[in-house]
Design a protein around this ligand. Structure first.
Ligand code: UTP
Length: 603
């Protein structure tokens, strides 16, 4: 390390650099590493490159030297076709399977609610979203077409604020957001323009991840673009390095945080399941608990596997979907590869949705011993059979779900499998790719399916809380994706997060009847104590400091309608084109309480 510091501290101009790249110089390694980049460059360009190299060197936990050493090793392994799972036998690990609404589920929600005041949340939002192809940041997208201001970031913060108010025991619940050069400025602006969506800025930390050098061949040479070392994203595994480097993990631990929840940018429904998942972590004393769904074979989500080696090494960890099939095929027990289990119709390996609950004690001690550096991997696309050059530059990457690999073998790593409808419906794909996936029977993961699933979840929660509401609403095919909507129910986070929260809003004697063509938006302290009959569209909005008590209300109007939007329709907004439809509001009954307790009794 000392050598690295000295080479860039001393080589302030190109002349000194040339000296340092002299193989006979004692300060050899990094400059030699970079020497190929300087051929044909003038003094000034060399100095600029050197400056950039010094900056990258300071940013990488092991410096440029560590990065290149690991890159060369991984590239060599890749070239030689080394199997990273060689000698490991996979099996289905032990974990909890929770049925939403079951007694166990309720018990876990109760335990989880008690732990919420000791929880910190981490949103990884540094991804570019190439598959979606949206120009802005993904967290600025609205989950619901009819409610444009309800972007993902606002929804997440609103859930945290709700949790804080109901279960925070007077404490502020912290949120850390990981951004990248691609998302940082836009994320900060979105927060500032909206006054942090009501969150105190002192409870929010933004940590920016840096890009890493791109590599152009199997010898680990860096790629140059526009006179600079080309850089590329390093992956969401950086979140652990940053939680350590920025001191966030330590300060959260010191302030009493016992559980850290990691979640992704466009999974708008995830908070609904988190209290129950937290309960599973508490009751099982899991060091790491991965949220899982039943996995369709071939689907682009990894599988959680128990991997045991003859030499005694053993992990419970995610195996990426493209590695799962070859790993399984190499065994006797799973020789058919990534196929469905005959009984369930799903892969026997739970599908990892990349939401992790990590116990703070294990987290902090592991970060301290490892620096939070999760395993890196490389995935080059070779230009030809010689496996020397790549089609386009590659880079080392890392994934946050590989954290269990840093834990000691005794650590308890588990998972919680839940029905998909309560925890997973991200916006990953543009509408064309989503339609192609839908055609193949794979989850389309588009803006439209995410909205459809969020409304279906809200509908089911009302149903489970005692409302009479059908699950089927409008249905149609929108830009090639078949969408079977439920009634358009939006329960905003200020109305409640978990199933228990929603149940608490509806008195046992209440009678709620909602027809399939209806739309209902509920915000804030709204309580259903008597009769609600809805056939049309209704908004019940209780602003902070006010409440609405529904004792007797009957609403019939022409309501809202889902209408197809053609891709070439010039009047469609970007987010409507992304869905292939828009919500047309024909008529809405709106009841708003601004600062008072409003009793609605229209008998
Ligand atoms: P995705 O797999 O959705 O990747 O990331 P992506 O880069 O955002 O989108 P594509 O693959 O280009 O279409 C999963 C989560 O990890 C975050 C994303 O923001 C998302 O929440 N992420 C990804 C980071 O924070 N940093 C990264 O370097 C990559």
């Amino acid at each position: 390390m000392a050598v690295i510091r000295s080479w860039h501290q001393h080589a302030r101009c190109a002349q000194e650099f040339v000296l340092a790249t002299d193989p006979s110089s004692p300060v050899v390694f990094p400059p030699l590493l970079l020497r190929h980049l300087f051929e044909g460059l003038g003094e000034e360009q060399k100095a600029k490159l050197l400056e950039q190299a010094a900056e990258l060197d300071g940013q990488l936990p092991g410096g440029l030297e560590g990065y290149v050493t690991n890159a060369r090793k991984l590239l060599k392994d890749s070239k030689e076709g080394v199997n990273p799972y060689e000698g490991f036998a996979p099996s289905v690990p032990q974990g909890e399977h929770l049925k939403v609404g079951s007694e166990d589920f309720e018990r876990m929600e109760k335990l989880g609610r008690e732990a919420l005041s000791q929880t910190g949340f981490v949103l990884v939002a540094g991804g570019l979203g190439e598959r979606l192809g949206y120009k802005g940041i993904k967290v600025s997208l609205p989950l619901y077409d009819a409610l444009e201001s309800e972007c993902f970031l606002k929804l997440y913060i609103s859930h945290i604020l709700y949790i804080q108010e109901k279960f925070g025991k007077g404490k502020k619940i912290p949120l850390a957001i990981m951004t990248s050069d691609d998302t940082h400025a836009m994320t900060e602006k979105l927060l500032q323009d909206n006054n942090y969506f009501g969150m105190d800025s002192s409870q929010l930390t933004i940590m920016k991840q840096n890009k890493v050098p791109a590599i152009k061949d199997s010898d680990g040479h860096f790629a140059i673009k526009d006179g600079k070392i080309e850089t590329k994203p390093h992956g969401h595994g950086d979140v652990h390095t940053l939680m350590h480097q920025t001191g966030v993990a330590k300060s959260w631990k010191d302030s009493g945080v016992k559980y850290v929840v990691f979640f992704q940018d466009t999974n708008g429904i995830i908070f609904r399941s988190l209290p129950a998942v937290l309960g599973v972590s508490v009751s099982n004393k899991f060091a790491v608990n991965s949220v899982c769904v039943p996995r369709t074979p071939g689907e682009a989500v990894g599988g959680i596997c128990r991997l045991e080696h003859k030499d005694g090494r053993a992990f419970t960890v995610n195996v990426e979907y493209n590695q799962l099939d070859p790993l399984l095929r190499s065994t006797e027990q799973f020789s058919n590869g990534d196929v469905a289990d005959a009984k369930t119709g799903f892969s026997p390996f739970p599908g990892n949705i990349n939401v992790l609950v990590i116990d703070m004690d294990s987290y902090h001690s592991t970060l301290s011993s490892s620096g939070g550096r999760v395993n890196e991997f490389v995935n080059p696309k070779y230009a030809d059979a010689s496996k020397q050059a790549f089609k386009s530059p590659t880079r080392l990457e890392c994934m946050m779900q590989d954290f269990p690999l840093l834990l000691s073998t005794e650590s308890k790593v588990g998972f919680t499998t839940l029905d998909r409808w309560i925890c997973f419906s991200p916006v990953k794909n543009n509408i064309q790719d989503a339609a192609a996936k839908s055609e193949k029977g794979l989850p389309p993961e588009s803006a439209g399916t995410a909205e459809r699933d969020a409304m279906a979840l809200n509908t089911r929660m009302l149903q489970m809380a005692g409302a009479k509401i059908p699950e089927v609403g409008q249905a149609g095919t929108y830009a090639g994706i078949k969408l079977d909507f439920s009634p358009m129910v939006v329960l905003l986070p200020s109305f409640g997060t978990s199933l228990s929260d929603i149940k608490d809003r509806i008195s046992p004697g209440a009678s709620i009847e909602i027809t399939s063509r209806s739309a209902l938006v509920v915000e804030g302290e709204v309580f259903f104590e008597g009769k609600l009959k809805l056939d049309g569209a209704l908004e019940l909005r209780a602003q902070p400091g006010s409440s609405i008590i529904v004792k007797n209300l009957e609403v019939t109007n022409s309501g809202w309608e889902i209408v197809e939007v053609k891709q070439d329709d010039p009047s469609a907004t970007v987010t409507q084109a992304m869905r292939g439809y828009k919500v047309v509001k024909h008529e809405t009954r709106s009841i708003v309480a601004d600062s008072e307790k409003k009793v609605v009794d229209e008998a």
